[in-house]
Ligand binder design. Structure first.
Ligand code: NAP
Length: 287
């Protein structure tokens, strides 16, 4: 079957520093229970999403892979990301974990594979050799693009100084209460695309009076306004929802534009407030 033209037409693609295109809007599957993931992903693909963000840690790669395989889309039409789990930073463990990820997904290759967390307090702080293993996956063609997640500038500096690893993306927490202007600027200065996780702060920003007022002014919902703000800042987003109407709502953000003044009002809501862990101290290793 031919690709869904509405998707190709409406969701912009950014070009990563390795030349590969990535749809700027995707669908995240964090906290979707494994038995529900195939159905949710199938619904997302039906709406037009062509970019799915999963991770070994979410334990639902299999559902993502089944949804892609059982759709009438070619594998090449869906951009899929997964991430190395925190227990597998040592090179041989990372190699085994990556094999398992491809096996769970049922894929020959993955579009993007990330180091999920830097874990600077574990493994003697050595995420550099972990990054070098990801380069092997890219060299043998099984990972089209490679990158990192939750890396701070000093982590990226260390990676650059001690290796030839060139991350295509840095996936970090970003939303109106955590605008991450400095880290995003660092990424941009080094040709790294920023992916904004928890783009609506898991719903926490949707009741904000400023966001609600802007939404009323443009005739859109608060979630659409916040996602549009990310898109206009140039970041990549993949909101999660198991609610079909919200999945549809989150997809309809390309038929309006926020004025510069509204963009600035949203950015000014920053409180440096995380919903998730601090990357410098996070040391959770699932058992
Ligand atoms: N790299 C990392 O460390 C990391 C960490 C966290 C997340 N992520 C990625 O980022 C993705 C998104 O982040 P997230 O899942 O934490 O949070 P999110 O997308 O900011 O928010 C998801 C929550 O918002 C609700 N929601 C979604 N759309 C809505 C709408 N239009 N109106 C009202 N509520 C809405 C969802 O509810 P329902 O599902 O009940 O509809 C869910 O409770 C994840 O799925 C994952 O792929 C990565």
């Amino acid at each position: 079957m031919s690709p869904d033209q509405s998707t190709a037409d409406t969701v912009p693609a950014l070009v990563l520093n390795d030349g590969h295109p990535i749809p700027q809007l995707g669908f995240g599957v964090f906290q979707i229970p494994p038995p529900d993931t195939e159905a949710a992903t199938t619904t997302a693909l039906g709406i037009g999403y062509r970019h799915i963000d999963t991770a070994e840690m979410y334990q639902n790669e299999k559902g993502v892979g089944l949804a892609v395989a059982r759709s009438d889309l070619d594998r090449s039409e869906v951009f899929v990301t997964s991430k190395l789990n925190n227990g597998f930073h040592r090179p041989d463990d990372a190699r085994r974990a990556f094999d398992k990820t491809l096996g769970e997904l049922g894929f020959e290759f993955i579009d993007l594979f990330l180091i999920h967390w830097p874990l600077p307090t574990l493994y003697d702080g050595d995420f550099v050799s972990t990054g070098e293993v990801l380069v092997e996956f890219q060299a043998d063609g099984r990972a089209r693009s490679i990158g990192v997640s939750n890396f701070q500038p000093h982590h990226l500096d260390r990676l650059r100084t001690n290796s030839d690893v060139v991350p295509a993306v840095n996936q970090i927490e970003v939303h109106p209460y955590l605008t991450q202007n400095d880290l995003r600027a660092y990424d941009a200065d080094h040709g790294i695309a920023t992916e904004a996780w928890s783009p609506i702060a898991q719903g926490k920003v949707l009741g904000d009076p400023t966001i609600r007022a802007i939404a009323a002014g443009v005739g859109k919902t608060p979630a659409q306004v916040v996602l549009r703000w990310h898109i206009q800042r140039g970041d990549i987003v993949f909101p999660k929802s198991v609610t079909t109407s919200r999945m549809q709502e989150n997809f309809e953000i390309f038929d309006f534009e926020l004025a510069p003044g509204d963009m600035d009002r949203i950015t000014a809501l920053n409180r440096d407030e995380r919903t998730g862990p601090d990357p410098d101290t996070f040391d959770y290793v699932p058992t």
